[in-house]
Design a protein around this ligand. Structure first.
Ligand SMILES: [Zn+2]
Length: 259
């Protein structure tokens, strides 16, 4: 099982996965119904289900229209109204997508209701659908949660198998790498990842999915326990580097917000 992106809005990806017979699809965070409707019509496909990661409109805006058109189940955080989510989910529960079980991980931070979906298929690399929690080279802004919550989310995601394919919802990679290079300039893996991403974007190709291995090496929000990363962020803020992990993480986040 793999996912491929349908671009939506300016920089969103609606991730899609087809079943073995190529007749039905599932969609993740369909913020725009028309994008999915057009795709289904052109490819003669039926929408079998929807996964939602959090309540923001660019992730949920198309759900009601698609649910009405295809009468399909919708899975998401229990904070969402029953008109959007037919099957509310909590930490540790699971959902079956084309015979593949995905485990729900609650990752509050970007929003308080944010969940990720994780699967370990037998034939493929593990898969993580992570919405606006983890991006290539970055993490979601803290609109509702605390630095401690996002630090906890990054810690848990970093512990997933390194081969895990990571499907974030936004094409923010180049901007994320500009910031990452500013605070972590001697990171060779980061410089290499940036060159690769620049080449992909020059061809208008998505830089996602990424992997946990790459993020652990290059993403400043997963390198919160590297002193040089915290020192680089503190330098941008004209502050002294924090001496503990939570305040260090908060400095990295604030430095990015003001970058
Ligand atoms: Zn969001």
């Amino acid at each position: 099982m793999t996912f491929f992106p349908l671009p939506a809005f300016n920089d969103n990806y609606i991730w899609i996965t087809k079943d073995a017979t190529q007749k039905t699809i599932w969609a993740v965070d369909p913020g725009d119904a028309q994008v999915v409707l057009d795709y289904c019509k052109a490819e003669h496909l039926t929408l079998a289900g929807i996964l939602i990661t959090h309540h923001h409109k660019d992730h949920t805006g198309g759900v009601e229209a698609l649910k009405k058109e295809f009468n399909c189940p919708t899975y998401g955080p229990e904070s969402l109204s029953p008109t959007l989510v037919t099957h509310p989910l909590r930490q540790g529960e699971s959902v079956t997508v084309h015979h593949q079980e995905f485990l729900v991980l609650e990752t509050p931070g970007h929003t308080l209701d944010h969940i990720c979906y994780f699967a370990e298929p037998e034939q493929h690399a593990p898969q993580l659908l992570c919405g606006d929690t983890l991006f290539r080279g970055g993490c979601g802004r803290l609109f509702e949660g605390s630095p401690a919550q996002m630090l906890n989310a990054m810690t848990r995601l970093r512990e997933l198998p390194h081969a895990t394919q990571v499907y974030g919802t936004h094409e923010y990679t180049l901007a994320n790498y500009r910031f990452a290079l500013a605070i972590d300039p001697n990171n060779t893996a980061l410089a290499n990842a940036n060159h690769e991403a620049e080449a992909l974007r020059a061809k208008d190709t998505p830089t996602l999915p990424t992997t946990i291995a790459l993020e652990a090496q290059t993403n400043p929000f997963m390198r919160f326990d590297w002193q040089q990363v915290v020192a680089g962020a503190a330098h941008l803020l004209n502050e002294d580097p924090a001496q503990d992990l939570i305040n260090g993480f908060a400095q990295i986040r604030r430095a990015k917000d003001g970058f």
